[in-house]
Design a protein around this ligand. Structure first.
Ligand SMILES: N[C@@H](CCC[C@H](N)C(=O)O)C(=O)O
Length: 266
């Protein structure tokens, strides 16, 4: 099988065009670190009847996610470079609806990808979260807030990011019964109204180096709570995701999308 490994700020993916009979099994096999290619998930290229192309995201544990922010930037660059989509502005179908990336080309090179991520929702039924107030509730002993940004996200504000219990509190919150479909968990340290640092524990993938839907969702939550401006740099471990929140509620994410290698699996 021909594969292409890519990453968006260290959140890494295996892009596959060939139809897989068992995408969940393939993800569990190929995504294993050290024993196989290793990745946070698979990105499957499929035809679409409503957009230029369709992206499916299969997490490392075999579960299928509705959307992936870092993934869609890599995917947009891939389908453009392979000539599957001929324009740098494109529409990509996902299980969360159609998202619209635009390649930012400088000196003939793709410098970044800017994505209209749609309108994040703070409604409890949309996330979904079984909390009276999704903007302020308690889970596993932590004050939290939740948002749907393609996929469910929960934000925990902390002053001590390095000691935040990402690997212990993360999985407990991910699977807490308050979240009927699970949740991604973001530990966020607010530096000022335009800058925050974040570390993410992902549903179906565990600790990852970056999360695009998480960065956009948390920026929208911070803005909604009056803590941040409408443009904010979300610093993840390997770089920065720039988030802009438009007056109509749309969140725009800009960040890198890079190749690692291309090859054949046995
Ligand atoms: N890393 C992603 C989110 C991928 C989906 C997530 N694991 C889930 O199941 O919700 C991103 O960059 O947005």
């Amino acid at each position: 099988m021909h594969i292409t490994k890519m990453h968006g700020l260290g959140n890494d993916f295996i892009v596959i065009e060939e139809r897989a009979a068992d995408p969940a099994g393939l993800a569990r096999g190929l995504c294993r670190r050290r024993l196989s290619v290793g990745a946070d998930g698979l990105l499957l290229v499929e035809p679409s009847e409503i957009a230029d192309v369709k992206m499916r995201i299969i997490n490392a544990d075999g579960s299928e996610a509705e959307m992936c922010g870092n993934g869609v930037r890599c995917f947009a660059r891939y389908v453009y470079d392979k000539g599957i989509v001929k324009t740098p502005d494109m529409a990509i179908e996902t299980l969360a609806g159609v998202v619209r990336p635009r390649l930012v080309v400088e000196n003939g090179e793709v410098a970044a990808v800017r994505v209209d991520m749609g309108v994040p929702s703070f409604a409890a039924a949309d996330v979904p979260v079984l909390a009276d107030d999704p903007l302020d509730f308690e889970v596993c002993g932590q004050r939290a807030a939740s948002v749907l940004c393609g996929v469910p996200h929960t934000l925990v504000l902390t002053d001590e990011l390095e000691t935040a219990e990402i690997g212990t509190a993360g999985p407990r919150i991910e699977k807490d019964p308050l979240f009927p479909r699970g949740t991604n968990v973001n530990f966020v340290r607010l530096i000022d109204r335009h800058t925050a640092q974040m570390r993410t524990w992902e549903r179906g993938a565990g600790r990852t180096l970056a999360c695009g839907t998480g960065a956009a969702g948390c920026a929208a939550l911070l803005h909604k709570k009056g803590l941040a401006a409408n443009e904010i740099d979300m610093h993840v471990q390997a770089g920065v995701l720039h988030i802009e929140l438009a007056p109509d509620g749309h969140a725009f994410m800009t960040g890198a999308a890079a190749y690692v290698f291309e090859g054949e699996t046995f």
